[in-house]
Design a protein around this ligand. Structure first.
Ligand code: G3I
Ligand code: 9MR
Ligand code: ZN
Length: 541
């Protein structure tokens, strides 16, 4: 457990882009701050911060200091009277390049069913895990191969819905910002022909093929042991029987969507694989068509791993129709999309439960030609209204992020990163510098400009998360956790014992403890990493 007191002078512990807005926060009583060059110890900037601003979500009063004028590349730190010196930070044209690589490399560390070799995993390697075939729930005589893919999180389950969100974020990042994906990671598959992000996503997509029942086209909701193993168990030691949970509509619709998206993106690099993806998507759509009404998934008796329950599947179906229309141009899917668009659900969310935003952006990014002008205009208007709402929320927030008290839930850092991703996507429709600055501001919070003065990514910044709820990190012999993992973040509902014991009564944004037992605050997941890859790639383009 790490419990370190904030230095009171809060900066992005990685750094700032030379030509973007740069800000620090002071939680003391004095607004004056100074910035020094760390190499030369030369005073390079002095400023008066604005404020104070009362920030109830974090229970702090902050002065907001701006040093946008300072653009010379270098490494700096800030000081203010009565405070420890701040974390050091860089100013660079592209300060997040290494971070983006680390966040993407994390997916390699999440790989299941294959040995992680020292050459690629460094000290965090381990033997192949979960290689045994699984049984189909309620059909104990039937075994299926479910090898491969990524572990979901700090546990070793593999779940279709969050897996699809993670792949979608990575593929969208590559689609919009290909220039940010030219460097090799490297991975065992690196070939300098197909970008590594596509190699990595292929690992999960090939696993998704195995989650599909070929006869009906439907996708099993998840493949997990019956219950979670102990925290100090390495993946290869987790030998409980693997069970395919029943097929669900949300998993199937996510499968349809992400396979159609993949078919488009792999086409130039691996046409055979692209065709397989499209075939799988069409088969999956057949299940949706045959099951217009399906109950939401709940854990069947005897299975207590993550549920990812969601009784609304219209948003996932909307996303599926949008991707199939975009990939095939077939009017049948367009018709379906127009019909679903009339239903009542969020058209802007990018979470694992509410996925309407993916459908919306797929449709809008396809362009106006070929669209229904009315649907196009309506969806675009909803996107811009939400983006402007987020700008407004951030303008009232002491930490300059579009977060409100009720947003500090389990995985609040996903809420934060999804919003950054959202405004970057909005920017593709309506270029606006304020959207980019807002996304950047969200990274500043994630990387240290928060009330706890912590960098929520393992292995990055000078006060990174050290004790994530992540089984390999907890169980292996290496002191440092696996690097590049985004922690879930503050959770005002305190849904685990550790949070209840340690931070009861704290304000929302301080409901966090860097402790390995805190699964409701300090776990890591593939779908908290994926929007972080999207946002850093957006900044690195
Ligand atoms: O959104 C509501 C909010 O409106 C409401 O006011 C508040 C009050 O309870 O709850 C919010 O919902 C929360 C929901 O996450 C938001 O996505 C629930 O409380 C919370 O229990 C739920 O947590 C989910 C958690 O599983 C428990 O089901 C997380 O989203 C989800 O990321 C997490 O996923 C787990 C997997 O099950 C297993 N693998 C690890 C993974 C990460 O912890
Ligand atoms: O480790 C599990 C984590 O991945 C899940 O997100 C979390 C909630 O479903 O559950 C964790 O497992 C805990 C279990 O729910 C209760 N006993 C302690 C387990 C942690 O070691
Ligand atoms: Zn595994």
């Amino acid at each position: 457990m790490s419990k370190v007191k904030s230095r009171g002078i809060l900066v992005n512990q990685i750094g700032y882009a030379a030509h973007h807005v740069k800000g620090l926060l002071l939680t003391g009583t004095e607004p004056t701050f100074h910035i020094y060059n760390e190499m030369t110890e030369e005073l390079v900037y002095s400023g008066e911060a604005e404020g104070p601003v009362q920030d109830d979500d974090s229970g702090s009063v902050v002065f907001q200091g701006d040093f946008t004028e300072l653009q010379t590349p270098g490494r700096y730190y800030a000081v203010a009277s009565g405070m420890e010196r701040s974390a050091s930070f860089i100013i660079e044209e592209k300060p997040y390049e290494e971070l983006q690589q680390g966040l993407l490399k994390a997916f390699y560390y999440f790989r299941c069913g294959t040995e992680l070799e020292e050459e690629f995993a460094g000290p965090w390697g381990h033997a192949a895990c979960h290689t045994e075939p699984g049984v189909i729930y309620d059909q104990a005589s039937q075994k299926l191969d479910g090898n491969g893919g990524w572990h979901d999180a700090g546990d070793y389950g593999k779940y279709v819905v969050p897996g699809a969100k993670a792949v979608a974020d990575l593929l969208l990042a590559f689609e919009l910002y290909p220039a940010a994906f030219t460097a090799a990671l490297p991975l065992p598959e690196s070939d300098r022909i197909m970008p590594d992000v596509l190699h990595e996503c292929k690992v999960e997509l090939e696993w998704l093929f195995k989650m599909q029942n070929q006869e009906s086209g439907g996708s099993y909701h998840k493949l997990t042991t019956r219950s979670f193993p102990d925290l100090h168990v390495m993946p290869e030691e987790d030998e409980g029987e693997l069970v395919f949970s029943p097929i669900s509509a949300t998993a199937t619709a996510c499968h349809t969507a992400v396979m159609a998206l993949a078919a488009r993106l792999y086409q130039p690099y691996d046409a055979t694989f692209a065709i397989e993806c499209l075939r799988s998507s069409l088969n999956s759509y057949r299940w949706l068509d045959n099951h217009p009404q399906a109950p939401g998934f709940t854990n069947p008796e005897g299975i207590t791993t993550g549920e990812y329950g969601d009784d609304q599947d219209v948003d996932e179906r909307f996303w599926a129709a949008a991707e199939l229309y975009r990939t095939t141009g077939d009017e049948m899917y367009h018709k379906q999309l127009r019909k679903l668009a009339e239903e009542e659900f969020s058209k802007t969310e990018l979470g694992w439960a509410d996925m309407g935003g993916y459908g919306t952006f797929s449709y809008l990014l396809n362009g106006e030609g070929g669209s229904d002008p009315q649907v196009y205009a309506l969806l675009k208007q909803q996107v811009l209204a939400e983006a402007d709402r987020l700008l407004k929320v951030a303008s009232h927030n002491g930490y300059q992020i579009a977060m409100e008290e009720q947003d500090y839930i389990w995985g609040s850092n996903m809420v934060l990163l999804n919003r950054a991703m959202f405004v970057l996507l909005a920017c593709e429709l309506e270029p606006d510098l304020r959207y980019i600055e807002l996304a950047d501001s969200h990274l500043h919070y994630l990387l240290g400009r928060n009330v706890l003065d912590v960098c929520y990514v393992t292995g990055f910044g000078d006060r990174p998360i050290l004790y994530p709820h992540h089984r390999p990190s907890a169980a292996d012999a290496v002191i440092e956790p696996v690097p590049g993992l985004v922690s879930g973040g503050p959770n005002r509902h305190l849904n685990d014992e550790c949070l209840k014991e340690q931070v009861s009564g704290q304000p929302a944004a301080a409901c966090f403890i860097d402790h390995e037992a805190s699964y409701a605050g300090n776990e890591v997941t593939i779908y908290w990493n994926s929007p972080a890859v999207f946002v850093t790639a957006g900044m690195n383009r």
